[in-house]
Design a protein around this ligand. Structure first.
Ligand SMILES: Cc1ncc(COP(=O)(O)O)c(C=O)c1O
Length: 419
């Protein structure tokens, strides 16, 4: 069956909403995606029929909840092509997964060791590494970007960025601002050649691209449920099992232990070692349903739709005078994620603040994000303080891009008149 966006939209009750007199054009999916009815139903069904704690409840409901929780793990593992379900650690979100990675991987770092990230990272893939470096005395280094918003591989090579001192490389697979898709397997090979561990922030890519953790070549991959039609409150860290097994725990508490004595404790094997306390049970069940939903749609088709709609958006926005798109303005052979960030200027050269743009678009039913999108260093590198971001997903229509363009024309005219 061909990919039918109208039909798919029927699965997402919220997309019928109106905002005042306008139909809702939800162009903020890089922030959080909307949820299909099956995911909403899975949450309700779990609480209505199977709710109990996992692992520790020795009754029918406890067994059902445990099986459903582990079932969620199996579905998520299958969705990303993991070799086994135990390679998937459930966390609260991608931020917690990256903190876990930084905390546990970095336990043995010392002065002279280096951690490499990039200037295009989300704060969630910057701050945990800064904290780690402050704690251990290791040095944080980063990839710069080229004019068209790609990792500057030539500069990195000239600077010998990845070298014998590199212990960890942690990069985003797809930028939440520029849409750039980074050559992860190539960089993972460089990291491995010097004995470093490759961590990937898959928050924007896992929802949009077919994920095969084996092909990606990384050692750890963080992602977040709410951006992939799943619920909030759950994310995951996938890791090579042998690496997870070597990593010390992150948070301490119930369920992550083997034996606890007053003189010390031993820890459960992965993934439980990293899941202290009562986990997000209903959320894991619903995330499994979300993964199945995406799988049934077909991630190749989801990615093709994303490319099509992003190409249309780049072309349409490119025709508005005063719009400056950040990063690459074409899909390109590497592909491009469905996030397009831009600045807007009046005919007289007045920069319209993204918060004003966002408010004006909102008044016309168009939901976008304005600000630094948790990527302040990237904005500083681009010489701006903020931008407006429109982001698309498997349910985005061309007519919603047209609604965005009309609303931007209206905004630009308004500010042109008051200037
Ligand atoms: C690239 C990237 N990394 C990490 C995150 C953090 O995700 P969460 O807020 O779910 O932890 C986001 C969310 O915007 C993101 O876009």
């Amino acid at each position: 069956m061909s990919y039918d966006v109208e039909l798919i939209r029927g699965d997402f009750p919220i997309l019928d909403r109106r905002v005042g007199e306008y139909p809702l054009a939800y162009l903020d999916s890089a922030n959080t995606s909307q949820k299909p009815q099956v995911v909403i139903d899975a949450l309700v069904d779990h609480y209505e029929r199977h709710n109990a704690n996992v692992a520790r409840a020795m009754h029918v409901l406890g067994a059902e909840a445990s099986a459903a929780y582990e079932g969620g793990r199996e579905k998520v593992a299958a969705f990303i092509g993991a070799a086994r379900a135990e390679e998937v650690v459930f966390t609260k979100n991608a931020s917690e997964a990256l903190n876990l990675a930084a905390h546990s991987l970095g336990a043995g770092l010392k002065p002279g060791d280096e951690v490499v990230i990039s200037v295009m990272e989300h704060h969630s893939n910057i701050v945990p590494w800064q904290l780690l470096c402050a704690r251990t005395g290791a040095t944080l280094r980063w990839f710069d970007i080229t004019e068209d918003g790609r990792l500057d591989l030539a500069k990195a090579s000239a600077e010998n960025l990845i070298n014998g001192n590199t212990r960890i490389v942690s990069l985003t697979w797809a930028s939440n601002v520029l849409g750039t898709i980074n050559p992860i397997s190539q960089i993972a090979a460089q990291a491995h050649a010097v004995g470093a561990v490759m961590v990937v922030d898959g928050s924007q890519a896992v929802p949009q691209l077919t994920t095969s953790v084996a092909e990606l070549g990384a050692d750890l991959v963080a992602f977040t449920g709410h951006k992939m039609v799943g619920p909030t409150g759950i994310g995951a860290l996938w890791g090579r099992y042998d690496l997870l097994a070597e990593m010390p725990p992150f948070l301490g508490g119930g369920e992550m232990i083997e034996i606890v004595k007053m003189t010390g404790s031993t820890y459960a094997p992965p993934p439980y070692r990293f899941e202290a306390g009562t986990p997000p049970i209903a959320e894991a069940v619903a995330l499994g349903v979300a993964a199945d939903y995406l799988h049934e749609l077909g991630m190749a088709d989801v990615a093709a739709h994303e490319r099509d709609i992003t190409g249309y958006a780049l072309e349409s926005l490119g025709q508005i005078e005063g719009v400056r798109i950040l990063g690459t303005t074409s899909i390109g052979p590497e592909g491009r994620g469905g996030a397009v960030s831009f600045t807007l200027r009046t005919a007289d050269g007045l920069d319209i603040h993204p918060h004003d743009v966002m408010t004006f678009l909102d008044s016309r039913g168009v939901a976008v994000r304005g600000g630094h999108h948790c990527a302040r260093p990237l904005h500083e590198r681009l010489g701006i303080t903020a931008s407006t971001r429109a982001s698309f997903y498997l349910y985005t229509l061309r007519s919603e891009i047209d609604q965005l363009v009309d609303a931007l024309d209206y905004t630009r005219d308004f500010f042109g008149r008051v200037a």
